[in-house]
Write a protein that binds this ligand. Structure first.
Ligand SMILES: Cc1ncc(C[n+]2csc(CCOP(=O)(O)OP(=O)(O)O)c2C)c(N)n1
Ligand SMILES: [Mg+2]
Length: 329
């Protein structure tokens, strides 16, 4: 793989670094509990965990402002939490409860909170790229200064509608940042086997859309690149691509024979490049917090997730009459 372009200005202030650590930890602990609850039969249907990729959404969230929009694929729990959704509403959606963000009807892949600028949660690979481009078009049409972050995977980057969307976005210089979460695998195929050009940041070059590769296991690099990209899109220069070099630790979904990579490969990333460990090391080195402070943060996160689990387990399931609401025919 090509080496990422590291931004020289990577510094995070003490409150920023501590917030990033906390947010990444919240996603990780939340996702670990989702994995457990799936095993216990409390979550049904599809479920794709974000463990390993936390720095992407946490860093990008630090780069946007109020009113900006986010849309992503089915690996969406982290994006929902970072949009400011209550972990109780997200977990209740996963467990099919009435208190879920989509009243328990959408499940893991279809969490939404348009009031918070979060437009889901989409199961058709690549489809959200066209929808995100449409959100950016609406911003231009309405004359507001909002930017839409449109996330998709390395696998999705080979879908046709992605390029139709790129073309329209560039013709009209729409305020959209395309974020390719390159975790190196689709459902069961490595990027090396599926993509003719492994540098996905170059995917817009023939349409004059610039791109950058980012070390997305470092939340500082994501924030720095994100800030530049958002400023580019907001200032009227049009779309830009950020290729986030990241990694997923768990299977593609909850059923995954994982024949396409070795355990050693996964272990090596966990040991040497984990985004949360990297943040923790910096915090201790800079003296931003002590081991005891970090333990307290961990305890707080555990309590937030435990409260969400209790809530999701005990909140009522939808009444049978709900079968006939929110449907077209
Ligand atoms: C149009 C379409 N084709 C195939 C699928 C089945 N499918 C679901 S996820 C996936 C792989 C996508 O990989 P990537 O875009 O890299 O995202 P990641 O799962 O790695 O986050 C495939 C082929 C689908 N949901 N939609
Ligand atoms: Mg992928």
């Amino acid at each position: 793989m090509a080496k990422p372009n590291l931004d020289p200005d990577l510094t995070l202030s003490k409150p920023e670094e501590l917030k990033a650590f906390r947010d990444m930890l919240l996603i990780r602990r939340f996702e670990e509990r989702c994995g457990q609850m799936y095993g216990e039969g409390l979550i049904a249907g599809f479920c794709h965990l974000y463990i390993g990729q936390e720095a992407v959404v946490v860093g990008m969230q630090m780069a946007i402002g109020a009113g900006d929009q986010v849309i992503t694929a089915y690996r969406d729990h982290g994006h929902a939490l970072m949009a400011g959704m209550d972990p109780k509403a997200v977990l209740s959606e996963l467990t099919g409860r009435m208190a879920g963000a989509s009243r328990g009807k959408g499940g893991s892949m279809h969490v939404f909170a348009p009031d918070r600028g979060f437009y889901g949660g989409h199961g058709i690979v690549g489809a959200q790229v066209s929808l995100g481009t449409g959100l950016a078009f609406a911003n231009r049409y309405r004359g507001n200064d909002r930017v839409c972050l449109t996330y998709f995977g390395d696998g999705a980057s080979n879908q046709g509608q992605v390029y139709e969307s790129f073309n329209m976005a560039k013709i009209w210089n729409l305020p959209v940042v395309y974020i390719i979460e390159n975790n190196h695998y689709g459902m069961g195929t490595s990027i090396e086997r599926a993509s003719a050009n492994l540098n996905l940041s170059e995917r817009g070059l023939s349409l004059n859309i610039p791109g950058m590769q980012v070390d997305a296991m470092d939340v500082r690099a994501v924030r720095a690149a994100g800030a530049k990209a958002v400023e580019h899109a907001r200032s009227g220069k049009g779309p830009i691509i950020l290729e986030m070099l990241t990694y997923r630790y768990r299977g593609h979904s909850m059923s995954d024979p994982a024949k396409y990579r070795s355990r050693e490969e996964v272990q090596k990333v966990k040991d040497q490049n984990d985004p949360i460990d990297r943040s923790r090391t910096r915090i201790l080195k800079e003296g931003y917090a002590s081991e005891e402070d970090l333990k307290r943060i961990e305890q707080e996160i555990r309590e937030i997730v435990a409260a969400a689990v209790d809530f999701a387990k005990t909140s009522p399931i939808p009444d049978a009459s709900e079968l006939y609401t929110d449907v077209y025919a």
